[in-house]
Design a protein around this ligand. Structure first.
Ligand code: XMP
Length: 516
């Protein structure tokens, strides 16, 4: 392992895909860090003591470069002499910094666009004359100064890509980091390896070591507890924390009563084998009491987030733990709106659902910058049991966010039974491997039916199955009708209170994966 990894800094201008850029760089074996958009040359020099900084990528962002509060680059950023690649907003900002002309586009471009490559050099080396790229912008670069040259254009965008004639400065109006830009990976590789001349000297193993060391440094010999839900994230966080803290760690599984059928037992079996302290807390009644009469999804999430912490605090008093470790991953934080200028989509129980006052010195989140598939990779490397590595993601608040409206004992039972049926049928048809998640939702709608020649009036249960890579976007799965039919027949036959089953055919966006 080299003393310092070759590193690219990603300047975060608030775009949806900022973190994806960082991830794409790491996929190439080169380390990347996300930093503040106005980072100064002095701050970069300071970071250079830890990393071997080889280049900067300016992310996209929602602003117009002319908006009064638009985030700006540090005016002396070009003095670092580091290679720079501006993407979308970053492209416009770089053009503006070097006195190019940026204007609102008369015809905005969103989605897939054909771009004509005028000169396939530098970042665009080896590309075709026409390339499919993915754009999402409302401003365009009209003109670049004479020391720059245009490398690509579209019908609406005269300078879709540019470079400085002698220095390693590039701008692309599109997003090479999203999979819809067909040769996006090649563009990023060109920048990373040809322009920045970085070496692929980082690998995910280094990250494991970094996370373990960080946990040891942060806790410096003190005890900690970890919230273990049995999902992949908290399981991996537990395995890492166990390596870092050994017997100073207590893993706590809170049974809040909204777990899937058989879940508590499955977790007990999987984790009793681990050489850690493992506690199962039966908190069914206290969670139900707190949630009694609550219908609003965000209120449910916040109540559950707080109640989890209160349980953990009580355990901490008994075990003497000063720190709480959580398996929070990056998409949880994005949706909970942790970045300046980003919106709250939903308060994940372990992020925005946390109470303001907590009795822990600090909450530690070793997986905070990772996506689910990276977490799965780490799970495999840590040799976690297959049943944990391959588990479908399950939200911390459990079935409570899959029961719309009031939470009643009757609805919880319907949720548990219908969820089991969906799981059994999907697994029977060997469809699980290609699905991100598959589950049922007990809606708050009732509908008329006919059962055994008599009128029935009961619940409508929705079935949801999605395909996704990292949960930021998802598609509904096109399940065979035969499977849907079996699920529907079994649910209405086996659960007397259900009269109707519907299938959710909405992608994310505009929907989210969970209903609440
Ligand atoms: P959505 O519904 O936002 O979900 O598309 C994205 C992924 O996150 C999971 N999820 C959660 N996980 N605590 C969690 O630990 C939560 O509060 C939470 N809410 C959603 C969801 O199951 C999906 O995989």
């Amino acid at each position: 392992m080299p003393a310092k990894h070759d590193t690219l800094l990603i300047l975060d201008f608030g775009g949806q895909y900022c973190h994806l850029i960082s991830r794409r760089v790491r996929e190439q074996g080169v380390y990347s860090e996300i930093v503040s958009p106005d980072i100064s040359p002095q701050e970069i020099a300071a970071l250079n003591k830890t990393f071997n900084i080889k280049g900067l990528i300016l992310s996209g962002g929602p602003s117009s470069v002319y908006a009064p509060d638009a985030p700006k680059l540090h005016p002396q950023i070009l003095e670092t002499n580091l290679p720079i690649l501006g993407l979308c907003y970053g492209h416009q900002l770089l053009a503006q910094l070097v006195s190019g002309k940026v204007e609102p586009a008369t015809c905005k471009e969103y989605g897939p666009v054909q771009v004509t490559i005028d000169k396939s050099v530098g970042v665009l080396k080896g590309l075709n004359l026409n390339e499919q790229v993915w754009m999402s912008h409302s401003d365009i670069v009209l003109v670049v100064p004479s020391e720059f040259e245009t490398l690509a254009h579209t019908d609406n965008c005269p300078v879709a890509a540019f470079r400085h004639k002698t220095r390693p400065l590039y701008g692309l109006q599109w997003h090479p980091e999203v999979i819809h830009t067909k040769n996006g990976t090649q563009m990023l590789q060109n920048f990373i390896f040809q322009v920045c001349k970085a070496q692929a000297n980082w690998q995910i193993d280094d990250l494991i070591l970094k996370m373990i060391t960080e946990l040891q440094t942060e806790t410096s010999g003190a005890k900690a507890i970890i919230g273990l839900s049995g999902g992949i994230d908290s399981s991996v966080a537990t395995a890492l924390a166990a390596k870092a803290l050994g017997e100073k760690l207590t893993a706590v599984y809170v049974d809040h009563g909204f777990m899937r059928e058989g879940e508590t037992e499955a977790i007990r079996v999987a984790f009793e084998k681990f050489a850690i302290q493992f506690i199962v807390v039966d908190a069914k009644q206290r969670f139900m009491n707190k949630l009694c009469g609550v219908t609003e999804p965000e209120a449910k999430r916040k109540i559950m987030g707080e109640e989890f912490i209160r349980v953990f605090e009580e355990i901490a008093v008994q075990s003497g733990a000063e720190y709480l470790i959580q398996g929070t991953i990056y998409p949880d934080r994005i949706e909970s709106g942790f970045r300046k200028n980003s919106d709250i989509i939903k308060s994940h129980h372990n992020v925005a659902g946390l109470p303001e006052k907590i009795k822990f010195k600090k909450i530690l989140e070793p997986l905070r910058d990772l996506y689910k598939d990276e977490v799965r990779k780490i799970a495999t490397m840590l040799e976690l049991p297959k049943e944990i590595v391959n588990r479908q993601p399950f939200p911390g608040p459990g079935l409570a966010v899959r029961i719309i409206g009031l939470l009643t004992e009757e609805k919880v039972q319907i949720a548990k039974k219908s969820d089991r049926i969906v799981r059994e049928e999907i697994e029977r048809y060997n469809l699980a491997e290609n699905l991100w998640q598959y589950f049922s939702v007990v809606t708050n709608t009732q509908a008329t039916g006919v059962k055994g020649d008599a009128r029935a009036y009961g619940y409508v249960v929705a079935v949801r199955a999605t395909e996704s890579r990292e949960a930021m976007t998802a598609s509904f799965a096109k399940l065979p009708y035969e499977v849907l039919e079996r699920i529907s027949t079994r649910i209405t036959n086996e659960i007397s209170q259900v009269t109707r089953v519907v299938y959710d055919v909405t992608h994310k966006p505009p929907a989210t994966i969970e209903w609440e």
